[in-house]
Design a protein around this ligand. Structure first.
Ligand code: SF4
Ligand code: SF4
Length: 97
């Protein structure tokens, strides 16, 4: 199923989740980017990252709040896009302030 990182991570990105993931599937694809992404094919649904996130950004895909459903596809597509495209797509979900 996989887990998804949603809007609260955008511009937060403290990376507490990265250290606890047993399969290292939470990626900071580029340091300047605004969010981290979970690789949907590598995530083993262990839930370890969820309580670590100080802003409650991570959900199992079937529990992602309705307002953040677009982040499921954004996480999956992130691994097929270049950095500029990822950031442009993310800006559509949460405009830069
Ligand atoms: S702990 Fe939460 S805010 Fe921090 S990088 Fe992970 S998902 Fe983003
Ligand atoms: S649910 Fe587990 S495997 Fe998936 S991203 Fe979180 S810590 Fe990693």
């Amino acid at each position: 199923m996989a887990y998804t990182i949603c809007e609260p991570c955008v511009d937060t990105k403290d990376k507490a989740c990265v250290d606890v993931c047993p399969v290292d599937c939470i990626y900071e694809l580029e340091p300047q980017e605004r969010s981290l992404y979970i690789h949907p094919d590598e995530c083993i649904d262990c839930n370890a990252c969820v309580p670590e996130c100080p802003v409650d950004a991570i959900f199992p895909n079937d529990e992602v709040p309705e307002k953040w459903k677009s982040y499921i596809e954004a996480n999956a597509q992130a691994f097929h896009r270049d950095s500029a495209t990822r950031e442009a797509e993310l800006a559509k979900l949460k405009p830069k302030t």
